[in-house]
Design a binder for this molecule. Sequence first.
Ligand SMILES: [Zn+2]
Ligand SMILES: [Zn+2]
Length: 284
Amino acid sequence: MFDTHCHLNFDAFKNKIDEVLIQAKTSGVDYILIPGTDIVSSRKAVEIAGEHEGVYAAVGIHPHHIYEFQISNFKFQINLEELEQSLKNDRVVAVGEVGIDRHSYGKTKYSDYEVDEKFIDLQKELFKKQLDLAIKYDKSLIIHNREAKEDVLKILKEKWDPKLEGKTVFHCCEPDGELLKFAVEHKIYIGVDGDITYSKEKQSFIKKIPLDQLVLETDAPFLLPEPLRTQKKYPNTPSNLLLIGKFIADIIKVDFDKLTKITVENSLRLFNLDFNHVKGGIFA
Ligand SMILES: [Zn+2]
Ligand SMILES: [Zn+2]
């Protein structure tokens, strides 16, 4: 299996990377992509990917973390320059996670945090700039959208480049017909996570996703799937992709091995990875 979105770069996995990777491999997870959310976690993603076979990195500034740039335009510029530099590293296969997030988070490190139009405008500006970087360096694109479908689709329509076709993913895709329609028309992959085990909306949405556009993700350490969620077995880990895959195979009535094969091939295509080169994955 391929966990296409796993934050091994977060503190929840500090000093536990080897242990977590062994568990993942034992559960049948051969490949992992680590997305960046700010400059520090992007650096960490590149570092971990550089040390482990089968593990790849994406670099990017998550829309929520653009908040700190409101007070420092200088920081905005130097962060963007550093991101651009790291795209020259061949373990970095994508720009992400980037996009627009209108959700108002209760728990955040920003003391005066508020989602207003000024903040959204800055999110839009940085999303466009990072999207341009993906095109310029021929990298894949990992899109984070939360409660901002209109904004995201508007920007994608305006900035779409054929290079992004087949190399973009709506990570943790909201169950929405319009997003799916756009994804089908532009060959954008749809990322499905462990919340499908308890979201009825997502359970009916997945039945509409073409199999050749489906990729799996844990979003670990977040989105712990059931029954672990009820058992409060935090944090989520990449090995739980097995639970997610089995749950999905069951509800869309596709043989689990077939689902694994198809989603791994989709993920390798999404991140432009050479099938022969990556054979074996983690610890190969
Ligand atoms: Zn996200
Ligand atoms: Zn994420």
